[in-house]
Write a protein of this length. Sequence first.
Lengths: 194, 251
Amino acid sequence: MKVVIIDYKAGNIQSVKFALERIGIYATVTDNISEIISADKVILPGVGEASYAMTALKGKKLDNVIPSLTQPVMGICLGMQLLCKYSEEGDTNCLGIFEQVAKLFPATKLKVPQIGWNTITNLKTNLFKNIKENDYQYLVHSYYVELSNYTIAKTNYVIDYSSALQKNNFYGVQFHPEKSGLAGQIILENFIKL
Amino acid sequence: MLAKRIIPCLDIKNGRTVKGINFENIRDAGDPVELAIAYSEKGADELVFLDITATIEKRKTFSKLVTRIAKQINIPFTVGGGIGSIEDASKLLNAGADKISINSAAVNDPELIKKLANKFGNQCIVLAIDTKFENNDWFVYANGGKLKTGVKTIDWAKQAVAHGAGEILLTSMNNDGTKNGFAVDITKRISEAVNVPVIASGGAGTREHFKDVFIDGKADAALAASIFHFEEIEIYSLKKYLKQNKIEIRL
């Protein structure tokens, strides 16, 4: 099993790498196109800012490579938003796998960014095998993706939004499974088994 | 619903956990990695590690420690202490930290917050404020509580958030180490004045103190050190107590 974590410098890749090691997977962190294409599983991690991240991906010509991948691909947090068409963060055109856009949470009494543990519901696909409705996952984000036919997990903060997306071989999770205790670990294991 | 967070804080010096009482009289409370694992297993929602090591040479030790922690724990953690540049932040985030907290460097150069937020996203920039009540208001202190800035805490919090701080870690120097409760009033004022989460810190002594700072102080998270390190309050029973008091808590 060859798992690749895409290295685009802007992301906090170490925590994903370490979380995989805790389940016995030694992933390769790389920006090498042929290594990415030949991997069994590809993870696009994310802590960072959208326009900065897209510039980094373009600089490595990964903006054309990622949408063409056919193996299971999972974007995490910003990584999920980069799989969308556009992000309001930095007025950024993203990879366009999902037609949805990442929007800033509307100003209400609730705080932005959302930081902390929130529940995930309406779980679909094997990514959530053995995960209970209303399990907590850790989230840190100011931008959200609305509900759509691609939604495979829903979370409420200000509004109901997509905390996970899926289209063909592409998965995106807004939460950080690598930081979400045991429930997060199971989700990572499920992705590896896809 | 988003849960309120319970955050044990570990002050680190030369790779060991320490806790200052009113920023003085440091006591040794053990190995940080051991503590971190224990806390994540007991139900801590997040951890904060503050490096109080003075020299640059020793800071390399901290970055290695960050990696050791990141390898072993599966909950988020923030690191801080002496971060003064994009490079410092980048090093610690790459070592495996989820968020970085900045304090004095941001007081000296508020533009640093903008630079960090632009590069890493404001959600991983925690602004730590040491605050002291004197002359009928709360003021900001820098350099580990040694430097009086004369800036009102409420003004600094607003400015920092406008610059891109994603979270505020508010430590009351009056309350820190006293175990007489959090500074509920200033926590509430800051929490209502800014649109980012506020972590209350300093003064936790009982379970009721946590309840008060969540309900009356409108804190999004509460941080404590010695009461957890010396097991005066057990995290799981604290969380159960808070949940019984109708506070949204992850159990």
